[in-house]
Design a protein around this ligand. Structure first.
Ligand SMILES: [Fe+2]
Length: 376
């Protein structure tokens, strides 16, 4: 068994106040750059950074499902000022973009040249992650997911030197998130935890983190959805759950839910958390015969009292379906994706590196069946 997590992690309400000291004293950085998106600029969160680091160079053009063209263009501009630290502020997209840019800060060429594991020649620049949603987990993982616009494919760029050097996880940063983002990112984190627990490479340590994350997220997501601003405990538990779900899947893996959502995200720009929420119950139903006991154990850990394993797992799956519906997650058929592309989505999902981690063997045809079931 192997568990690796070299990130220096600061967790707690108000931790963002220590940013300048972390940048200057811990990381000894003099020319940091910041990567974010327009939503963060509009939300006012950027002010918390600029108050402390007034001269920081800001790149705020990161889109959802960050694109290779965007990354390559920013890298070209960024290299001219030779930064010594990249800071990512935002949800999964700015954080993954920040990791990719840290790599391109010390390595020539385009981000497509570094797809896969440890393809970089030089150590990337140090990266500081500041998540502002309760879903990504990117603050404690070594992977950056970038969409190659030419192939319409989500590439994974990863390696042991791509972990953030430092992450600041401050639950107060999600205080102003709209309910729909609390729902989609919280359910993304729940998917990370459930998939990490059921994945083939799961270990005792990843299981511990995954089960705790599932309990925390299930206990906090509706309170956060209804009133995140005045609900300190739910904010904290959602962020804690999201981060430890990252510890879990970062050291085990995700499974077929993410294989489908990454394929759909590359083809249609559907928000990652929404896609995961839609497919989680359907993949769990497919996987049930392949991991009945473990799924039942997870169900019982969340308070489901059923003696029969299959029944307990089925009640758990129904619980997730009902939760998604209460949180306003759309149905698959509402996304305007026609059945004629199911074959292509299934092929891309099957070829995803995480398919072998799924607890039940999953062929291309099985992916088509899951898509059809989800479509209703
Ligand atoms: Fe995810």
């Amino acid at each position: 068994m192997f568990f690796h997590m070299p990130v220096q992690l600061y967790f707690g309400s108000g931790e963002i106040k220590n940013l300048a000291s972390i940048v200057k004293k811990d990381l000894k950085a003099e020319r940091p750059v910041l990567v974010t998106d327009k939503g963060i600029v509009q939300s006012g969160l950027l002010k918390k950074i600029k108050n402390q680091l007034p001269d920081i160079q800001i790149y705020d053009g990161i889109e959802a499902n960050p694109k290779s063209d965007t990354i390559n263009k920013i890298a070209e501009q960024m290299r001219k000022i030779s930064p010594d630290l990249v800071i990512g502020l935002g949800g999964g997209s700015p954080l993954d973009a920040g990791k990719a840019l840290a790599l391109l800060g010390t390595n020539n060429g385009n981000i497509q040249d570094y797809e896969g594991r440890e393809k970089y020649k030089n150590d990337p620049l140090p990266f500081l992650a500041i998540p502002t949603t309760c879903g990504t987990g990117s603050e404690v993982t070594w992977v950056s997911v970038i969409t190659d616009v030419n192939r319409k494919f989500k590439m994974s760029i990863k390696g042991p030197k791509m972990y953030p050097a430092v992450s600041i996880v401050d639950p107060d940063l999600i205080k102003t998130l709209p309910p729909s983002i609390i729902a989609s990112t919280g359910l993304d984190a729940l998917t990370h935890a459930v998939e990490a627990y059921l994945s083939k490479p799961a270990t005792l340590i990843t299981d511990n983190n995954a089960v705790k994350a599932v309990k925390l997220i299930l206990g906090a997501i509706e309170g956060g959805f209804n009133d995140i601003k005045n609900n300190h405990k739910d904010r904290e538990n959602l962020m804690y759950g999201s981060t430890i779900a990252g510890l879990a899947f970062g050291n085990s893996d995700v499974t077929a839910v993410h294989c489908i959502s990454e394929s759909i995200g590359a083809l249609y720009d559907i928000p990652h958390g929404v896609a995961n929420s839609i497919f989680l119950p359907h993949v769990l139903s497919y996987n049930l015969p392949g991991c009945t006991q473990k799924m039942a154990a997870l169900a019982r850990d969340t308070g489901i009292n059923e003696d029969d394993d299959t029944k307990a797992a089925e009640v758990f799956i129904q619980k997730i379906t009902d939760l998604s519906s209460r949180l306003g997650i759309p149905l698959f058929k509402e996304l305007n994706i026609g059945k004629e592309v199911f074959g292509e989505i299934a092929r891309m999902s099957f070829e995803n590196n995480s398919t072998p981690s799924n607890p039940r063997v999953m062929a291309k045809e099985d992916y088509v069946k899951v898509l059809e079931n989800a479509y209703g």
